[in-house]
Design a protein around this ligand. Structure first.
Ligand code: DON
Length: 430
């Protein structure tokens, strides 16, 4: 059996190939030389698997898709609070290159429009050896899993016509958001936009965001979870500029576009998506790219607001080995997050007080998030206070403590059989 996913992606691509709408960006002269027919799609999963189709080895400049990563580096370097003192998080409802500031705060409205992105570029760490753009190139290379390079031609071309971005830079310097030479900062920002990528690179990069900042293949935490959450939030509300509301309602995936024709999208916990097709709509977003995202979102149920119904049950089985009612095993299944933890504790509260042994078997749990863990441990504390002994079967080290938060002992076994064999004469009943 061959997985149908590549066939499906091919099918979507060939249908969207028929769409000939849009126009090449020409305010950066070099981008007007792009081949308008190029079309590529890549999809990554949180375990780092990448499917690609179409012109998947064509390199193009990252442009505004660099902005979320500059923002991430700025937060990693300075902390969110300091970054928020320079750039807001409100959607602007304006074009990406609007020469504007928030009327009240006198700050750029968000880090996805050019005024905010030029500001966040200035917050990336740098020194005499490593420029800010180079810092970002190295970071994106690590996320992509290969050494990326700059497109010197596109960089030089954009520098020649960067009048609007220079105006923005001078405006930011005038109000004190920038406190250094605005020309240097704008040049650095334009260089950051000239990093070359393929859709495969972008899929690798977005896979890390979809996976809470962890690169599955190396196991490295490349970005803190909190930073990923912040970055995806501004992508959701501001990533598609003045089309953000339309995008949220029709596609519902945090995304960012670039004027070279790329769009990236990240559905947390599920997939990263990257498309490339150079012709743009009136908002400066890839016309075919938007169509592909709409298709994928509809076909695959990827709209964030569709949510994932939580499991019908978290307790797969409640049983007592060899009908010994003093031992009760809760065999848990699926993901233990808030909704499932609430369900579990509601079920377990029916246990009468006493001195039974309550066992939570986590063997079939696929995931336990922080609140799931904290609620389970709080429940365990309460069971112990009710007079029970509590045992946790935790083969995957989901619980990293042997004492509860109130210092009570919960016995941890890696296998249920290890516990059962300790009980004289008892074996697991089926
Ligand atoms: O600053 C600019 O105008 C370009 N380097 C990037 C703009 C961009 O990608 C807008 N997004 N669709």
């Amino acid at each position: 059996m061959k997985t149908p996913v590549p066939d499906y992606l091919n099918h979507v691509l060939s249908q969207c190939n028929l769409n000939d709408s849009g126009a090449l960006a020409d305010y950066i002269p070099e981008l007007a030389n792009a081949d308008p027919n190029k079309l590529a799609l890549a999809l990554s999963t949180v375990d780092g698997t990448v499917y690609t189709t179409g012109d998947d080895d064509v390199e193009f400049t990252i442009q505004s898709m660099s902005k979320p990563f500059a923002y991430a580096l700025a937060i990693q370097h300075l902390g969110l609070e300091k970054v928020l003192q320079k750039v807001g998080v409100e959607p602007s409802g304006e074009a990406f290159n609007q020469i504007s500031l928030d009327a009240k705060t006198k700050l750029p409205k968000n880090p996805m429009i050019n005024s905010g992105a030029i500001t966040t570029h200035s917050l990336i760490p740098h020194d005499d050896q490593i420029s800010r753009a180079e810092h970002l190139r190295r970071f994106l290379s690590e996320l992509a899993g290969r050494e990326l390079s700059f497109d010197e031609q596109v960089y030089a071309s954009e520098l020649k016509t960067a009048f609007r971005n220079l105006s923005i830079g001078y405006m930011l310097r005038t109000v004190g958001v920038l406190d250094e030479d605005p020309v240097d900062v704008v040049n650095g920002y334009i260089r950051q936009c000239a990093i070359k990528v393929t859709v495969k690179d972008l899929a690798n990069i977005t896979s890390v965001l979809a996976n809470g900042g962890i690169q599955a293949k190396t196991g490295k935490q490349l970005l803190d979870r909190g930073i990923v959450r912040q970055v995806l939030s501004v992508m959701m509300t501001c990533g598609m500029y003045d089309a953000a509301g339309d995008w949220l309602s029709t596609v519902g995936i945090p995304a960012k576009s670039g004027v070279a024709g790329g769009i990236i999208g990240v559905l947390p916990g599920q997939v990263g998506i990257a498309v490339f097709s150079p012709k743009l709509d009136e908002h400066g977003n890839s016309a075919r790219g938007i169509q592909i995202f709409e298709r994928l979102s509809n076909d695959m149920g990827l709209h964030l607001m569709e949510g994932t119904p939580s499991a019908q049950t978290i307790v797969q089985r409640r049983y007592s080995p060899q009908q010994d009612d003093s031992i009760v095993i809760y065999e848990l299944v699926g993901a233990l997050q808030f909704a499932e933890a609430e369900m579990l504790l509601r079920i377990v509260q029916e246990e009468p007080n006493g001195n039974n042994t309550i066992i939570f078997d986590l063997n079939n749990l696929s995931l336990m998030n922080d609140v799931g863990r904290r609620m389970l441990i709080e429940g365990i504390d309460r069971l112990i206070e009710d007079g029970h002994e509590v045992v946790v079967v935790d083969p995957d080290y989901l619980i990293e403590q042997e004492l509860t938060d109130r210092g009570q002992v919960m016995t941890i076994y890696r296998h249920l059989d290890d516990f059962l064999s300790k009980l004289s004469g008892l074996t697991k009943s089926e």
